[in-house]
Design a protein around this ligand. Structure first.
Ligand SMILES: *[C@@H]1O[C@H](CO)[C@@H](O)[C@H](O)[C@H]1NC(C)=O
Ligand SMILES: *[C@@H]1O[C@H](CO)[C@@H](O)[C@H](O)[C@H]1NC(C)=O
Ligand SMILES: *[C@@H]1O[C@H](CO)[C@@H](O)[C@H](O)[C@H]1NC(C)=O
Length: 511
């Protein structure tokens, strides 16, 4: 497809406009940092480390939880094998003194210098400009030098777009560029799912080729979100990478083309735009939204604990200062509520049927299925859910050799009944909500790279390989859904372990 140079001029102008306002923001934030820093102490992470604990009993998990709450520390991640906690060097000793004996020794330093790792995730040329922005500006001035072609992946400007993590303004400009270039074919449509607490648009791309003749059948739709937690930049870039990969594969790649005929994707790369901006301008490791809470000095809601299904106001989820604060009632967090309202409206007014939901997070390389809120709630299509998770993991491994584990989202550091306070609150999650209330038969949270060397601070050379992993996983997933496996059919009998791999291969990777 030939693209007019007028478009590029337009895009470049948009970028320039955003740049100037973003530069202003950046300055403002810089001033803000000082007062913020005095308020919060170590805002710049000097002298901070991330510790990894080996938690092997329910009692130890509960003890760790208690100490974390008491000192208001930041839990980075927890899996069945480890729990990672960020804290200043000088607080290590007091923290360890709160823990039972084995935990005092069973830990290691995962990240020695958080400040340095933080600095390394910003674009190398970060003075307000990414290379993509400068390239677009230059090309805007001499648009003849730019050649966009459809059907070919990653070259020229798009190469640059995925070379760095990008700020919100650049992402929305890039999305409207996609809309401008491909809307004519009916392939892409940009829209907003709603507005954030601070009034920022929450942008989305709908990608899919509907039949020329409108049908009465609901349009099967796969919703992909990212950035619920502001600091998980790799989730944001991966949603964009997926969108771009499907768009550019259309017409060239048979499987992707087939998938786009049968399904619409809706890509929402930044569900938490206020928090995301904040991670660029003030605090790289901010997790929550920026909405005011009842405690003035503790703003922000954890969007992944704010949805309306099995929302719970349990102890550490109801403290506004907690990193897992889900609100005082379900859907109090604006962004979660906007996404749900939009989705409901799609099903009632727009003849959309959400067949699958995928929420991209980081880190720990895990594929998780509902229910997050409890291990004792049963999932009717558990066999299919597991089978697909395993195929997704397999396809990721085939592309890059990276190992992703699969499990239910309810599992914490150790499997347990719900009588013990878990390390991370788990009610009100988005995968539970879309699975249960919106009827998305397949609902996953995927925690992307890595397994802890950088944690949330994955350097920008991880953007493309992680994106490739997710793209091949979603193509495989789409292939499975094309066979209509489990969307409308009844569930097959459980697969015995010996046949499992073979079955997965046959079912899913026919190509
Ligand atoms: C974790 O602790 C368990 C039980 O104490 C022990 O068996 C295991 O080897 C430990 N793992 C690591 C990585 O230290
Ligand atoms: C935990 O460790 C075991 C043994 O090293 C490994 O097989 C498993 O995949 C790990 N699980 C997670 C969630 O990291
Ligand atoms: C609901 O969907 C209809 C049809 O697309 C649209 O016109 C309307 O604005 C939507 N309403 C809300 C509240 O989003």
């Amino acid at each position: 497809m030939r693209c007019s140079s007028r478009l590029f001029l337009l895009a470049a102008l948009l970028l320039l406009r955003h740049q100037s306002s973003a530069a202003g923001l950046h300055q403002a934030a810089h001033h803000g940092t000082t007062s913020h820093a005095s308020l919060w102490g170590q805002r710049r992470y000097e002298d901070q480390v991330v510790l990894r604990f080996n938690v092997s009993t329910v009692e130890h998990e509960a003890a760790l939880r208690k100490a974390v709450d008491q000192m208001l520390l930041d839990v980075w991640d927890f899996t069945i094998n480890y729990t990672d906690i960020r804290l200043p060097n000088r607080r290590i000793r007091p923290f360890l003194s709160l823990l039972p004996e084995p935990l005092r020794t069973e830990h290691s330093i995962l990240i020695h210098d958080v400040a340095r790792a933080v600095a390394a995730t910003y674009p190398s040329t970060y003075k307000g400009d990414t290379e993509f922005e400068s390239a677009m500006r230059e090309r805007g001035i001499t648009p003849k030098t730019v050649q966009w072609k459809s059907g070919r992946r990653r070259h020229d400007v798009d190469d640059l777009f995925f070379k760095d993590y990008q700020r919100l303004a650049v992402i929305s400009t890039w999305m409207s560029l996609m809309d401008n270039m491909f809307r004519g074919r009916g392939l892409v449509q940009m829209f907003n799912v709603g507005q954030s607490y601070e009034g920022k648009a929450i942008p989305a791309l709908r990608v899919g080729m509907r039949p020329a003749k409108p049908t009465k059948e609901p349009r099967k739709t796969i919703l992909i979100t990212g950035g619920l937690h502001a600091r998980e930049w790799i989730g944001v870039s991966s949603v964009n990478f997926l969108a771009w990969s499907f768009i550019s594969a259309y017409g060239d790649d048979d499987l992707a083309t087939k998938i786009l005929h049968e399904f619409d994707f809706v890509f929402v790369p930044v569900l938490n735009p206020d928090g995301y901006e904040y991670t660029w301008n003030v605090d790289r490791l901010w997790r929550k939204s920026r909405q005011r809470t009842s405690m003035h000095y503790c703003p922000g809601f954890d969007l992944d604990h704010a949805f309306g299904y099995q929302w719970d106001g349990s102890e550490h989820q109801s403290d506004p200062c907690s990193e897992s604060y889900g609100g005082d009632e379900p859907f109090q967090a604006i962004e979660a509520s906007q996404l749900a309202q939009w989705a409901l409206n799609e099903t009632t007014q727009n003849n959309v049927n959400f067949v699958a939901y995928v929420d991209l997070h980081s880190y720990s390389q895990q594929i998780l299925w509902p229910y997050a809120y409890s291990c004792s709630a049963s999932v009717p299509n558990l066999e299919n859910m597991q089978e697909v998770a395993m195929s997704i993991a397999k396809y990721m491994r085939l592309v890059s050799g990276e190992h992703y584990t699969v499990s239910s989202a309810c599992e914490g550091a150790v499997t347990s009944d719900s009588s013990v306070r878990r390390l991370e609150a788990s009610g009100g999650s988005s995968i539970d909500y879309f699975f249960h209330d919106l009827g998305a038969k397949y609902s996953y949270q995927i925690k992307l790279r890595d397994t802890g060397s950088y944690g949330f601070l994955l350097p920008n050379d991880g953007i493309v390989p992680t994106g490739e992993e997710v793209f091949s996983a979603m193509k495989g997933f789409g292939d499975y859904l094309l066979g209509n496996n489990g969307i409308e059919r009844s569930y097959p009998a459980a697969i015995t372990p010996g046949q499992e791999e073979q079955h997965v291969m046959q079912q899913t990777w026919k190509a």
